[in-house]
Design a protein around this ligand. Structure first.
Ligand SMILES: [Zn+2]
Length: 91
């Protein structure tokens, strides 16, 4: 359960949701499923998405694949520039 309120299965909308989100490594098994108010589950899913996206960003940074943020080898912010003849020289 995601909140302290009891779920009235007859009168409230509820779903079986993944206690640990699949995208955060949770298992797709009954043991990892629990009842939750539909509204609560939606909030949690959004939070899980944020956390998964953040973890993904950190992983990308760790392996140094943040290419778009790096200045081009011969770009304006690089200490090198390419001459008209194609040679790379220091500025
Ligand atoms: Zn709830």
């Amino acid at each position: 359960m995601l909140c302290d309120r009891r779920i009235d299965g007859a009168r409230e909308r509820w779903i079986a949701e993944h206690i640990r989100a699949l995208e955060l490594g949770g298992a797709d098994t009954l043991e990892n499923m629990g009842p939750a108010h539909e509204a609560c589950a939606m909030v949690k899913t959004q939070d899980d998405h944020r956390r998964a996206a953040k973890a993904k960003r950190q992983k990308i940074q760790d392996i140094g694949a943040y290419g778009s943020k790096r200045p081009l080898p011969s770009g304006k912010r690089s200490p090198w520039k390419r001459t008209l003849s194609g040679r790379i020289v220091r500025r």
